[in-house]
Design a protein around this ligand. Structure first.
Ligand SMILES: [Zn+2]
Length: 259
C-alpha cells in the first residue's frame, strides 16, 4: 500500500513533468505563431491602438489667431483638440498636446521674434514627444466672405528646413500628403459644396516637423455659414470626430478618395 502511494506520487510527478514538457513544446511550437498573429489582427481592427499622436492647437496666449467679434481662433482650435483627444484615447492611441490651456509656446523655442520662438517651441515639443504624426488645428479667415470650407496643408518635398531631400524626407512627405488628403476628405463631408482642397505648403511647422504632419484650417470664421457651424459646439464635436476618423484611416493604411 505504502509502495503504491509512493508510486502514485511518482506518477503524479511524472504526470507533472509531462505536462511541463508538453506546455514547453506548445509554447515553443505554437505560441510564438499566435503571438505574431495577435498584434497584427489587433492592428487591423484597432489601427490607433498604441499609436502616439501629437495634436497642436494653433496660436494661444498673446496670439489669438484670427477672430470674429469675441471669438478667437486660439480658443476654438483648443476646444476642437480637447474634443478630439478623448476620441483617440478611446481608440487606444496615446496623445501628446503641444498646449492644453491658453498660452503660447515661445518660452519653449528659439529665435529673434516671439512667433518664431512659438513655432520652434512647438516643433521641439513634438520632437521630444517622439510622436508618429502631428496634426495642427487652425481656423481660417479671409477678406472675401465667399471662401468657405476646410483646407489641409501637407509638407512640401522641396521645403525641408535643413535643405536635404533624402529618402526619409520623401517618405515623410508622402505620408504627410496621405494624412492631409484623408483629413480633407473627412472634413469636406461636413461642408456640402465646399471647393477647397489640400495643398503642400512651406509653413515653418511643416518644414521643421520631425514626423508626417498635416496642418488643417477647419473652416472660415469670415464665412457666415462656416461661422455658424464653427461657433456651434455640436458641430465642433463633428469636426473632432471627422479628424479622429481621418487618423484612424491613416494608421489603417487607407488612401483618400481625393487622390
Ligand atoms: Zn491659425
Amino acid at each position: 500500500m505504502r509502495f503504491l502511494v509512493v508510486l502514485s506520487r511518482r506518477g503524479r510527478l511524472a504526470l507533472l513533468a509531462c505536462a511541463v514538457v508538453l506546455a514547453g513544446a506548445v509554447s515553443l511550437r505554437w505560441w510564438p505563431e499566435e503571438s505574431r498573429r495577435e498584434p497584427r489582427q489587433a492592428g487591423e481592427r484597432f489601427p490607433l491602438a498604441g499609436r502616439l499622436i501629437a495634436l497642436d492647437p494653433g496660436h494661444g496666449g498673446i496670439d489669438g489667431g484670427c477672430s470674429f467679434g469675441p471669438w478667437l481662433e486660439k480658443d476654438l482650435a483648443l476646444d476642437i483638440v480637447l474634443r478630439l483627444r478623448p476620441l483617440l484615447h478611446d481608440a487606444g492611441a496615446r496623445v501628446f498636446l503641444t498646449r492644453q490651456s491658453d498660452h503660447d509656446l515661445s518660452f519653449q523655442g528659439q529665435g529673434s521674434f516671439r512667433q518664431r520662438r512659438d513655432l520652434s517651441g512647438r516643433v521641439a515639443l513634438v520632437r521630444r514627444s517622439g510622436a508618429e504624426v502631428l496634426l495642427s488645428v487652425h481656423l481660417n479667415a479671409a477678406h472675401s466672405p465667399r471662401l468657405s470650407g476646410p483646407i489641409t496643408f501637407y509638407q512640401s518635398i522641396d521645403a525641408r528646413a535643413d535643405g536635404r531631400n533624402d529618402v526619409g524626407w520623401s517618405a515623410q512627405v508622402a505620408a504627410s500628403r496621405r494624412l492631409a488628403s484623408l483629413v480633407q476628405e473627412e472634413l469636406r463631408a461636413l461642408y456640402p459644396g465646399c471647393t477647397e482642397w489640400f495643398w503642400p505648403n512651406r509653413f515653418y511647422l511643416l518644414r521643421h516637423s520631425p514626423c508626417p504632419t498635416a496642418l488643417v484650417e477647419v473652416g472660415y470664421l469670415s464665412h457666415p455659414k462656416d461661422r455658424l457651424h464653427l461657433l456651434d459646439p455640436a458641430f465642433r464635436q463633428r469636426i473632432a470626430a471627422a479628424l479622429a476618423t481621418a487618423l484612424r484611416r491613416y494608421f489603417a493604411g487607407e488612401e483618400s478618395a481625393l487622390e
